[in-house]
Write a protein that binds this ligand. Structure first.
Ligand code: B1M
Length: 215
């Protein structure tokens, strides 16, 4: 099977919420030598984005969205395992990361976590629904250099600003570099709230965090 055929079948499987075929395509892609991130970016993300568009247009409903999300999660688990196996010694820097309070979307954040680990970062993944206070508490306890937040809902992006405000209030703003991401988040938003960086995808996240640690 060609790469393009694998990408197409991967996309179709996510659109149909067919977890078994999606997992098979993930394994087949990896076995054929396609890189994990390449496989996610070209096959599975176009599938989940299509599902999101159809859901947004009212052409598809929550149970179908959940089936596709579950299929996506299974794929991410398989690909993450392969990325983490490729991980190197964790001495690049310490990152505390999570999805913000009120937000349960964690598929993208989990990809970022795996790619960071594969690039040698020590990562504390706080999961989802994480408050600004908890980000700070965990960063202090972990001795983090970087705090990364993911937000997928326009209504939860405000927690990224709350984090900046709380870091200022506590006199900790210069202790950490902050990075924001998630589908509705933009470079402009990052600048507006005073975050140190914005990343459009997982690879960009790793690149920006490396830059933050050098600068
Ligand atoms: Co939800 N959802 N959802 N959903 N969902 C969206 C976000 C939505 C845009 C769909 C739509 O209407 N078109 C819409 C938000 C609208 C808005 O805010 N204006 C929406 C809605 C409305 C909802 C509910 C309210 C639906 C309801 O209940 N009526 C509900 C909210 C629940 C809550 O959070 N409180 C809900 C629920 C769900 C599921 C649980 C079913 C499921 C999530 C499952 C899970 O994550 N475990 C789900 C899904 C899957 C989606 C869509 C379809 C896909 C999200 C995704 O996983 N994308 C989404 C539509 C869309 O975004 N196209 C949608 C793939 C992922 C790899 O991309 O997360 O963007 P992404 O991550 C990327 C980059 O953004 C970046 O790197 C990643 C890898 O490339 N990145 C970072 C992300 N974080 C980063 C952090 C960094 C750096 C880079 O550094 C720190």
């Amino acid at each position: 099977m060609t790469k393009e055929e694998i990408y197409q079948l991967a996309q179709d499987a996510i659109e149909k919420g067919d977890a078994e075929t999606a997992a098979n395509m993930a394994r087949l892609g990896l076995d054929s030598g396609i890189g994990g991130i390449e496989l996610i970016d070209n096959g599975f993300i176009p599938g989940i984005n299509k599902v999101g568009d159809l859901f947004g247009e009212g052409q598809l409903f929550l149970p179908e969205l959940i089936m596709s999300a579950n299929a996506m999660q299974g794929v991410i688990d398989i690909i993450n395992e392969s990325l983490e196996k490729a991980g190197i010694k964790q001495n690049q820097g310490k990152v505390v990361i999570g999805t913000v309070e009120g937000d349960l979307h964690d598929i993208g954040k989990t990809i970022v976590v795996s790619l960071l680990k594969a690039n040698g970062f020590a990562v504390k993944d706080l999961g989802r629904d994480v408050s600004a206070d908890r980000f700070i508490k965990e960063a202090e306890a972990f001795g983090a250099n970087i705090i990364g937040t993911s937000a997928l809902l326009t209504t939860t992006m405000s927690v990224q600003k709350e984090l900046e405000d709380k870091l200022q209030e506590k006199g900790l703003r210069n202790k950490y570099k902050t990075i924001v991401g998630g589908a509705p988040v933009t470079e402009r938003w990052a600048k507006r709230i005073g975050a140190d960086a914005y990343a459009s995808d997982a690879a960009d996240g790793v690149r920006k965090i490396k830059e933050l640690l050098q600068g």
